[in-house]
Design a protein around this ligand. Structure first.
Ligand SMILES: [Zn+2]
Length: 191
């Protein structure tokens, strides 16, 4: 199995595991051959439906959770390669696009009083993603191997994998809502 194939599988698995841990629905995940772009022979995609929680979870927390899931792939590649987050960042244009899109959606909802609030949320999300990929390294590895084997997974198949892993969506949504994940990972408490 090629290095690029593994990197893609682990990158996408990181999005999936972090999103699930934050109680965000994962609609699908796939890894596939692509025309080589930026020197990457393989590409992947994870569709995270964080927008389903708009109005149900507090805006700034949901924005941070959505950004954390979007940053998780870069966080993993940084951890695995020993390069810094900022060094890996330019290699993952679809992830930076996803973060920009999330920021735009929440700006439209006037979630942030100032640009500084928006920047701080993004920084917290990046730090949260880096902490979570370490914390959930074993689940990421297990899911990545499953993804290597299956290539494409639907929401039902993803839920079924988590069901077998003994982690229920309800429990994850509860942790996501209470925000205790972040208090634990970042050692901060929000008011
Ligand atoms: Zn990604």
């Amino acid at each position: 199995m090629s290095n690029a194939f593994c990197t893609t599988a682990f990158h996408e698995a990181s999005h999936v595991i972090v999103a699930q841990r934050l109680g965000l629905a994962v609609h699908s995940v796939s890894i596939r051959a692509l025309n080589s772009e930026r020197g990457r022979p393989l590409g992947g995609a994870t569709v995270i439906r964080w927008d389903l929680l708009l109005g149900k979870r507090e805006d700034r927390q949901l924005c941070r959770d959505a950004m954390t899931a979007a940053y998780a792939g870069i966080a993993w590649e940084s951890l695995a390669s020993g390069r810094t987050f900022d060094e890996v960042f330019p290699d993952c244009p679809s992830d930076s696009d996803a973060v920009a899109d999330i920021r735009r959606r929440f700006n439209e909802r006037s979630a942030f009083p100032t640009d500084e609030d928006s920047r701080q949320t993004s920084t917290n999300a990046r730090d949260g993603a880096c902490a979570m990929v370490v914390e959930h390294k074993n689940d990421i590895e297990r899911f990545a191997w499953f993804l290597c084997f299956k290539r494409d997974l639907s929401e039902t198949q993803i839920d079924s994998w988590f069901g077998r892993a003994g982690i229920t969506r309800a429990a994850l949504a509860f942790f996501g809502r209470t925000g205790c994940q972040f208090e634990r990972f970042l050692g901060t408490k929000e008011n």
